[in-house]
Structure formats: C-alpha cells, structure tokens
Design a protein around this ligand. Structure first.
Ligand code: SF4
Ligand code: SF4
Length: 423
C-alpha cells in the first residue's frame, strides 16, 4: 500500500461553497494562458512563479515553426493581457510549500519575498513545467535547448558549418519536433545538416510537412542512429562514423567531421512538483512520471482529484499548440464547475450512515478521488460533497452497506446482502 492510500484527516472548511479563486502554479505560457482565459470568464486567479521573470521555458526558445509569431511576442501578449486585469495576481520568486483540502476548498501555504502566506483556492492548476538533463553522448555535444540559444547567431554565420543532430529514442515527440525545426532553419541558413535518428514519429500537427520540407531542402537523414553511428573525438575535432545504407548494399562506412554535435535531452518532472503532488495525493503516470494520468482520454487535463488540473510540460512535454489548448481547457473546466456545482452536488452525493459505519476505512482507501475523510470533530468517516463524483465505488466496497445513494437507492435493497460489485 503506497503513501497515497494512507488515512488522512483534512482540515476542511464547513462551507460547501466552491471558492472561485484559482491557484496556478507556474508562470510560463501554460499558466499565463490559463489565467488569461479565466479572467475573460471573470474568474480570479493567483499565478505563483518561482523565478523572478515570467515566461518559463519559452523565454529560451528562438522561434516556432508553424507560425510567424515570435515566442517573446507571445509571452508579451499574455503578460500585457494578465497585467491589464485586476482578476490576476502574480507572485514572483514564490514557491508553494503545501496544499491541503479538497475541491472547492484548498488551502495553500506559499512563501515569497514577503514571507509566508496562506491562500484559499477552489481549484489548483499545476503548470510548473519540467526539468531536463543532457544525455551522456559526448562532452562536447550540446542539447537542443542550448542550440535554441545559438540559433540567431548560427543564422547569421557566414562560414558554412557541418551540424549533426543525434536524436535518441524519446518518449515524447517534442525532441524530434524541435530537432526538425532546427534542421530546417539551419539548412535554410546554408549549413550542412545531418539528422541521425532511431525512428521519426511525425504524427503531430505540422510535423509531417516539416519533415518533408527538410528532406526537400537537403537535410541528410540517417536511420538507426544507435546501431549505426560511432562518435570519435580527436585533435579537438568531432567525427561521426556511420553506415550509409542508401549508398551501397554492403553498408559503406562514412566518416563525417562535424563542427557541432547536438543531442536531445531527457525530460522529467521537477522535484518540487513531485513532492507537492505526493502531498496532495495527485497521481502521476506510472510510465513517464508526469502528471498526465494513465488514462488521458478520460482525464485530458484533470487529475484523480477533482478541482486539480495539470497543463503544459508538467502534464507531459508537448508542443505549444497542445499547451495552449490544455490551458484553455482547464480554464473551461473550472468555469463549468463554478457555474454548475450547486446542481451536480445535489445529484451525486453518496451518504455514509453513521450508525452502520464500523470505521473500517475501506471507503477512505478505495475512493479514487480521495473524497472520503475523517471528520476531526466527530471521528467519523464522511464524504466531501464537492470532491465526490458519485462513481459508486465506495458504495459497492463498503462491507457493512453503510453508504447509500440518496432517495432510496440503498445497495442492500438493490442487490441483496450477498451481492457484491453489481453497480
Ligand atoms: S467502508 Fe463502510 S464501514 Fe468502512 S469506514 Fe467506509 S462507510 Fe464505514
Ligand atoms: S462515490 Fe465514493 S468512491 Fe466515488 S468519488 Fe464519491 S466518495 Fe469516492
């Protein structure tokens, strides 16, 4: 049994009003877009940014490939939009230390230049980005992000350079996508570009067209990078030896002297976000470790906890257009929740009958939304009406049939004392 199933006593507000303020963790493009969209719906938000400037990873990006808009223009547009409204407050150089509570009534402890502060928020949006590390390929290799910072200089460079981009297998499309963008720009600027890859996945909007354009412009693509290439460094020069399967059926060895070697990074969820998610019992994807739920069709931007959303690179590293639509979708969800919660909270409460409850805590352990809590006043198990989505799991799991749907939907009456799991 993991930590996420430990019994917990929440200090819950007695009110069942859904606080309208949203706390957004991260002031990158995802967080700013979400705050902007919420403000258009007249919903207040607080954006928490740990750095002294806003914009996140996008500050380091030199260009997009599917639009003429420049990254800094997009950041400035979002910034001026959120600064022009009193509905968005931004706390820079601030971190979130802890968040307790449930949907509608979260309590966040934040710490910034002015010290500690407590905030009550109805919804929480994780927009905290990701961390990355360089893959161990060669000391002289640079990462795609480092190349991003050199692009303006390389575009102006009059001496032709030979640039090799080696893309190792990646769980996310972002690495190959960014590499294709760079390959395209560098080739247009007159450099020789070699793209070594395991597999090129182009099943994202714009990627296939970009791949075709790269080929037409003369970027050299070499497949099976892992098996086919060997890196050698001598006399301060970098050589890549590879087998060119297109030139001969016998696989000729080709030696390529390159001026610049670029590799993709490995992405992972930042430690602060991991710790906070663990404290809040927000599940992470088992395979990738990101906040994207395993069933992302069911929860495109939501999490296992009602009222908690994950958008942008902390959900899963992705492209700008995904990030923007996730941020807008989270804001739409919050708007819909605030507009309709009074109705759905009446329709879906399940009730624990105190006299039948033997406090075995089965419901507390099995509720996927962590909506069951122990009332610190009476020591009884209770279900938080705003955090419960009425799935019925606790109703079917309670060994004493103590949990009921309202209006006579008693499980014992419906399936008899011996029946189990028939909901
Ligand atoms: S599972 Fe049933 S008996 Fe056990 S704590 Fe929950 S309501 Fe009470
Ligand atoms: S019905 Fe029960 S298991 Fe389902 S969300 Fe509500 S409290 Fe949790």
């Amino acid at each position: 049994m993991g930590d996420s199933r430990k019994p917990a006593i929440f200090e819950l507000s007695r009110t069942e009003e859904y606080e309208s303020l949203t706390l957004i963790i991260g002031g990158g493009i995802a967080g700013l877009t979400c705050a902007e969209k919420l403000s258009k719906e007249k919903i207040p938000s607080i954006v928490i940014e740990k750095e002294e400037t806003l914009g996140g990873q996008l500050k380091r990006v030199s260009s997009f490939y599917h639009t003429e808009v420049k990254p800094w223009e997009l950041i400035n547009e979002k910034l001026s939009s959120v600064k022009n409204t009193s509905l968005v407050k931004i706390f820079k150089e601030t971190t979130v230390k802890n968040i307790t509570g449930l949907a509608g009534n979260f309590f966040a402890e934040i710490e910034g230049p002015k010290g500690k502060e407590n905030i009550r928020a109805g919804s929480i949006v994780f927009a905290s980005g990701n961390d990355s590390i360089k893959r161990e390929k060669s000391n002289r290799a640079i990462t795609l992000m480092q190349l991003e910072e050199l692009m303006e200089q390389l575009k102006k460079e009059s001496t032709k350079k030979t640039i090799a981009i080696v893309i190792e297998e990646d769980d996310f499309l972002i690495g190959p996508g960014v590499a294709l963008k760079h390959a395209h720009i560098l080739k247009e600027a007159g450099h020789d570009v070699y793209y070594f890859y395991e597999q090129i996945k182009v099943n994202e909007e714009y990627l296939e067209a970009l791949y075709r354009e790269c080929k037409e412009k003369g970027v050299v693509f070499v497949r099976n990078a892992k098996e086919n290439i060997e890196l050698q460094e001598s006399d301060g020069k970098m050589n890549i030896k590879y087998k060119d399967s297109f030139n001969s059926s016998d696989l000729n060895d080709v030696s390529l002297e390159c001026d610049m070697l670029v590799t993709n990074e490995s992405f992972f969820l930042g430690e602060e976000t991991k710790t906070l998610a663990k404290k809040m019992k927000v599940n992470r994807c088992q395979a990738s470790g990101f906040l994207q739920e395993d069933n992302y069709h069911l929860l495109p931007v939501g999490t296992n906890k009602l009222g908690v959303y994950a958008i942008g690179a902390c959900r899963k590293p992705g492209f700008l257009w995904n990030v923007i639509s996730e941020a807008e979708a989270a804001a739409e969800n919050i708007f819909r929740t605030l507009s309709t919660y009074r109705e759905w909270v009446k329709e879906r409460p399940v009730i624990i009958g105190p006299s039948a409850c033997v406090l075995c805590l089965t419901c507390l352990r099995t509720c996927p939304r962590h909506a069951v809590y122990i009332d610190p006043k009476g020591g009884q198990c209770k279900i938080h009406r705003l955090a419960c989505e009425g799935c019925g799991i606790c109703v079917s799991e309670c060994p004493n049939f103590a949990i009921e749907y309202p209006e006579g939907l008693n499980l014992r009456e419906r399936i008899g004392p011996e029946g189990r799991g028939c909901l």
